[in-house]
Design a protein around this ligand. Structure first.
Ligand code: 6R9
Length: 647
């Protein structure tokens, strides 16, 4: 653990949206009288029908129910666009930086309005109504944000699918949410390569289970031709050519769904996490305001992908609700070379940079080269999200990228939390590298022992939140039972995060990582069960067990143990084929780093795989395997150790 403390600078103490005293006062208020605190924050938005009820939540076992501002009505697209027009129509809403370093553009709030309205009208013409689901499978281009906001404008529920996902993953999501329309592009670009997005959609639509899709709207992003289905496909530019640049925003109840976002759990299929309109947007706006201290002159860059929750809340909804200028980057920080991040900061005079530890570590591995050729003097605030940031990476980020001038907001949160829950605030929190520090307003974390006792003071345990906040997910699409089971069945009246954490003597939280069977690979959540089910679908694989192991750049790597089907000859080609299989079946992110073939897996007599042992072997900690006496056949452990792959 790092003991160094980085105090708040004097400049930030006086200039930031909150200072220490205010934080204490506001935090106290927010937890003692959440109704009043969140009623006040609700005023950040424009309501069509004002709310009178603020909070109506229960974390009761088997019947959890979360509602905020439930009698209010509003429109998210209106709040992110129209209300800024009277004063700031010409302000830049989105700066787009292409994969190609010579490509960029600025979109004003006025232009954003017009583009969103045109597409919203186009969607209406194609029969998309309030409540219909629309899948968005797009590159990181402004049109991805237009598509999200166009759905929000007419009350359609969007579900963005990350552009790196396979046809299989798209098909599963289409089926689960019953999507009527897909919005995609002919191709995307990433790191100099073309990504055949439309082709992947076509493959997903070959399955019977995706027959619910009536239309595919295709944005023509590159000149390369793509396959065309006359019945379903329609070009975005043709659809919108004659559409008006005015579209009345639909009044949505605060509790109407805004979007579904699929994320991995510890078992089976990804869950469709549902966020609703009012609470989510209030929370996105409030956290973006305080955590990033955004001011009118700031250029704010969240380097995530819109396919993840971070992109939803902190590229699109939070910053746009606050009238900020948000930068959207199509590419990767290592293309054309590792200096790219610094160059983008200089080129657009970025003042707030929010990225992930995995990106930092990838750059850090290249020494000083990433910071050569840029000065980065415009930066004043840094952020980190997605996984624990190790103190070395923190120091490198702080010293090299930020030139020891900008504090780092290490923000802990999840797809299910909608926005940041544990975080420093710029004018408030003295930083400790590696700690996400203290709860945001209205957030009440606690640590639990595995026996279900609340741990006080300095302690380490399972992280729970004891009371609701407005950005909390409301349900799992089509499966409220799974929502209850996953988040509210472990501890009575508490939201269980699935993470472990330690609290130090100053009350600072240190997130230790997942305590369930969810991996965090380069900040991406992957369920071991999903990868295993993909592996056993390969004809050469009889059984599979997947665990994570420490990986210098990705945080966690994927280690796979495979039992071949009878008569299978194990060859390097087969191993390669299995890896390709997973890449294509799920996503390149899920591609195994290590594949070890074995004749047996360590199982208890009741047939349960003892992952604890597999994790130790994968981590090269095979001398500390613990008790193996309950194994049905302890000898498999020796075989596994002897054939362990060198990392
Ligand atoms: C926003 C996001 C959530 C999981 C979460 C935790 C890990 C995220 C973190 C962090 C330590 C941080 N995580 N931020 N761990 N410090 N600052 O990443 O959502 O993709 O749902 O992942 O990521 O394990 O439970 P999501």
């Amino acid at each position: 653990m790092s003991q160094s403390l980085y105090p708040v600078s004097d400049a930030l103490k006086s200039s930031a949206h909150a200072n220490k005293e205010e934080y204490q006062r506001l935090y106290q208020w927010s937890v003692e009288d959440p109704e009043a605190f969140w009623a006040e924050q609700g005023k950040r938005l424009d309501w069509i029908v004002p709310f009178s009820q603020v909070k109506n939540c229960s974390f009761a076992k088997d019947k959890a129910s979360v509602k905020w501002y439930e009698d209010g009505q509003l429109n998210a697209s209106y709040n992110c666009i129209d209300r800024h027009l009277p004063d700031n129509a010409q302000r830049t809403a989105i700066i787009w930086e292409g994969d190609d370093p010579t490509a960029d553009k600025h979109i004003t709030y006025r232009q954003l309005h017009d583009e969103v309205c045109k597409l919203a009208n186009g969607l209406k013409q194609r029969g998309v109504n309030k409540g219909d689901r629309v899948i968005i499978y797009m590159p990181m281009i402004p049109e991805a944000a237009y598509a999200m906001l166009a759905c929000a404008r007419i009350g359609a529920v969007h579900s963005v699918v990350f552009g790196g996902f396979s046809p299989h993953a798209i098909a599963d999501r289409i089926q689960d949410c019953g999507a009527k329309v897909i919005i995609t592009a002919n191709f995307g670009r990433r790191g100099g390569n073309q990504v055949a997005l439309k082709d992947n959609v076509d493959k997903a639509l070959l399955k019977d289970t995706t027959a619910c899709v009536e239309k595919v709207i295709v944005f023509k992003f590159t000149d390369s031709p793509c396959h065309w289905n006359e019945q379903k496909d329609e070009w975005w530019h043709e659809l919108t050519a004659n559409c008006a640049a005015q579209c009345e925003p639909v009044a949505m109840s605060a509790e109407d769904p805004l979007f579904i976002l699929y994320t991995s759990g510890s078992t089976g299929q990804p869950k469709g996490v549902v966020h609703t309109t009012g609470g989510y947007l209030v929370y996105a706006s409030t956290t973006h305001h305080y955590v990033f201290d955004n001011k009118p002159d700031d250029i704010y860059w969240c380097a995530a992908d819109v396919g993840w929750i971070t992109g939803h809340t902190y590229i699109v909804y939070g910053p746009l609700a606050n009238g900020a200028t948000t930068l959207m980057f199509e590419g990767v920080p290592t293309y054309p070379d590792v200096r790219r991040m610094g160059q983008i900061v200089d080129k657009h005079q970025v003042s707030i940079l929010y990225t992930a530890p995995t990106a930092i570590r990838a750059l850090m591995a290249k020494g000083d080269e990433p910071v050569q050729g840029s000065v980065r003097d415009s930066l004043r605030l840094l952020g980190s999200v997605g996984e624990p940031i190790n103190p070395e990476a923190w120091q490198w980020y702080y010293q090299k990228i930020g030139k020891s001038q900008s504090p780092i907001m290490d923000t802990w949160w999840q797809t299910e939390t909608g926005g940041i829950l544990i975080t420093p605030l710029p004018g408030v929190t003295d930083l400790k590298p590696g700690s996400a520090t203290l709860p945001f307003f209205g957030v009440t974390p606690a640590l639990m022992s595995s026996e279900g006792e609340i741990l006080e003071g300095e302690a380490e345990g399972n992280l729970v939140i004891t009371s609701s906040w407005p950005g909390q997910a409301r349900t799992v699409w089509g499966d409220h039972e799974r929502y209850n089971q996953t988040y509210f069945s472990t501890y009575e009246n508490m939201y269980f995060t699935g993470d472990g954490a330690r609290r130090d003597a100053d009350g600072y939280y240190w997130i230790t990582g997942r305590v369930d069977d969810v991996l965090n690979v380069s900040g991406h959540r992957l369920g071991t069960a999903e990868i295993e089910s993909s592996l056993v679908a390969h004809p050469a694989v009889a059984e599979a067990a997947v665990v994570g192991y420490p990986h210098d750049i990705k945080g966690q790597g994927i280690y796979v143990y495979l039992l071949p089907t009878d008569g299978t000859e194990i060859t390097p080609e087969l191993t390669k084929a299995v890896r390709t299989w997973v890449r294509e079946d799920l996503s390149p992110i899920a591609s195994p780093d290590m594949i070890q073939w074995t004749t047996g897996l360590p199982k208890t007599r009741s047939g349960k795989i003892m992952r604890r042992i597999l994790r130790k072997i994968a981590a090269n900690e095979y001398e500390q395997l613990g008790d193996t006496s309950t194994l049905a056949d302890p000898s498999v452990v020796d075989e596994l150790i002897n054939n362990r792959l060198n990392r």
